[in-house]
Design a protein around this ligand. Sequence first.
Ligand code: GLV
Length: 324
Amino acid sequence: MQSVLVTREIFPETLQRLAQHFQVTPNEGDVQHPPGALAGQLAGHEGVLVAGGERIDAALLDANPQLKAVCNMAVGYNNIDVPACTARGVLVTNTPDVLTETTADFGFALMMATARRIAEGEHYLRDGRWTRWSYNLLTGSDVHGATLGILGMGRIGQGIARRGALGFGMNVIYHNRSRLPAEQEAPINARYVSKEELLREADHLVLVLPYSAASHHAIGAAELALMKPTATLTNIARGGIVDDEALAEALKRGTLAAAGLDVFEGEPNVHPALLTVPNVVLTPHIASATVRTRRAMADLAADNLIAALTGQRAPTPVNPEVIR
Ligand code: GLV
């Protein structure tokens, strides 16, 4: 019988499904192992369900030539060296589609919380500072009718754009590696613009692009300087796309009105400067975190693992070229 390792605690139902096909090594107690330990733990396993963004690199693959499938429980897979997997015939899968709408809901919610200063307001109230009404108490910026900028117009970006255009009458502009076909732009009246125009014109800029060497610090001091001082920036994509130090500086100086961040470079550590500025809403990487969606992600990761190791076609491969 083949063996699979599950790196983190997941739904018992998912473990039970895997156990119908494989010998399963779960992570009982959700133990936090040191980063280098996974290579040794994988010994003797043909498959791994990567449930917590653990790094899968060439050294780990070389130590585990028996490994055939790496199934990520996330849509983003920057934790996995895909070319190294492909070169060794290891199938990589991710969990697209099942989290699109849930993540778009969260992106929109975080953008709204940022624009309308909801977290600041809550802290103000809890701190006992609310003693009377003032005409300018925590005044933010409108979402309805504003210009929504989307950097990275994939499935989730389109979901946010749809919410903005159809629900809030927003004017949608976007920048992406490739332009959407006209029939996808038309229903939301989305206008493709250069990155510079996006930065200059957006009232609310939302980042939804994948992380790669090319998108590292895609938003740094120079990009932030192009944005309107009244604008907001929301990142639900990956830490490292934004230069957190430059962002904290812009927020402190007021050259950017506010930011909403669900992801951080080096998370779960958060740049200390971000913790000292009030005009940022900080959440712990929870954009896909609804019970239903997390269950769907676990199920899809398990479907991929079962298919990959039982000679069937994995539903959502990242490197389908390794399937012969
Ligand atoms: C979450 O960040 C994911 O990539 O699914």
